[in-house]
Design a protein around this ligand. Structure first.
Ligand code: UTP
Length: 291
């Protein structure tokens, strides 16, 4: 079955990027000139997704405004001859069919995904974590959707993480299937002892799930951090029928932490037609000599 719907959870508090995220959602933080959420919506669209649900909460109206029409701005751009910018702004409001729902309490990623139950209905759906921007030629979500279509099982986007960091992430029990594809038979969120570490593969940023995940989520008790963890629900799916892990190609930027944001801005800046030459010269002449 083709994956047509996507859910983007963007209702977290973003405490790791305070004070910037006190009044601006972290999903709206710009990478040079484009907010993180736009990269994510563009990836979904490039992966064949038609309908998108963004999970928001109080204070996230800038997200909705960003994908809306801006008649005054558009008129001004047209009348001042800024045709290309005008077209770019109009295209943003036509990117996809986007809906919004509020998560009324910040009870975790699993709880946020559960808010998408009626939007999703009985279809498989992609989840793109709102603070993970992944850049690459082949969109990460498309890679996961292909694996779903091939195996008919839930799919998680996976990457090996530095061994000393595994306790901050999830850990997966995997066995290789084909290049970059693994069968996942067990998982755990934030392993605290070496015995709990199943491998250094972790779920990062993207998953594709069957609708049956909602029945599991409805009965999932709060786990790590007293939040309803999506990993705990996916673990049940793994134990029942297994999942597929896709070690996707592309570079992932964690927009939920300060260093991730800086890396994204530098990498994108170095290829951005308007600023790349100035940024290269600045790094070479001013920054490198200080390192
Ligand atoms: P994080 O684990 O990064 O949590 O969420 P957070 O609250 O946003 O950030 P910190 O830890 O306080 O800095 C991963 C993704 O899940 C969403 C977030 O918006 C982010 O995209 N999320 C998390 C929700 O939508 N609702 C929640 O209750 C928790």
């Amino acid at each position: 079955m083709k994956v047509r719907k996507a859910v983007i959870p963007a209702a977290g508090l973003g405490t790791r990027v305070l004070p910037a995220t006190k009044s601006i959602p972290k999903e709206m933080l710009p990478i040079v000139d484009k907010p993180a959420i736009q990269y994510i919506v563009e990836e979904a669209v490039a992966s064949g997704i038609e309908d998108i649900l963004i999970i928001t909460n109080r204070g996230k109206s800038p997200l909705e405004d960003h994908f809306d029409h801006t008649p005054e701005l558009e008129e001004r751009l047209l009348s001042s001859g800024k045709q290309a910018l005008y077209e770019e702004m109009v295209a943003i409001s036509k990117l996809a069919n986007i809906q919004y729902v509020r998560q009324k309490e910040t009870k975790g990623l699993g709880h946020a995904v559960l808010c998408a139950k009626s939007f999703v209905g009985n279809e498989p759906f992609a989840v793109l974590y709102g603070d993970d921007v992944i850049l690459g030629k082949d969109p990460a979500t498309a890679q996961l959707c292909r694996a779903y279509e091939q195996y008919g099982l839930g799919v998680c986007g996976i990457k090996e993480v530095p061994h000393e960091d595994i306790q901050k992430y999830s850990t997966l029990k995997v066995s290789p299937l084909q290049e970059r594809l693994y069968k996942v038979t067990d998982m755990a969120e934030k392993p605290q002892t070496p015995q709990e570490v199943l491998s250094y593969f972790s779920i990062l940023g993207r998953v594709v799930l069957p609708a049956k995940i909602f029945d599991i989520l409805e009965n999932t008790k709060p786990g790590a951090g007293n939040e309803i963890q999506l990993t705990d629900a996916m673990k049940e799916l793994c134990l029942k029928e297994g999942m597929i892990g896709v070690d996707y190609t592309g570079t992932r930027y964690d927009m939920g932490n300060k260093l991730g944001i800086l890396k994204a801005i530098i990498d994108v800046g170095l290829v951005h037609p308007e600023v790349k030459d100035g940024l290269k010269a600045y790094l070479k002449e001013e920054i490198l000599p200080k390192l």
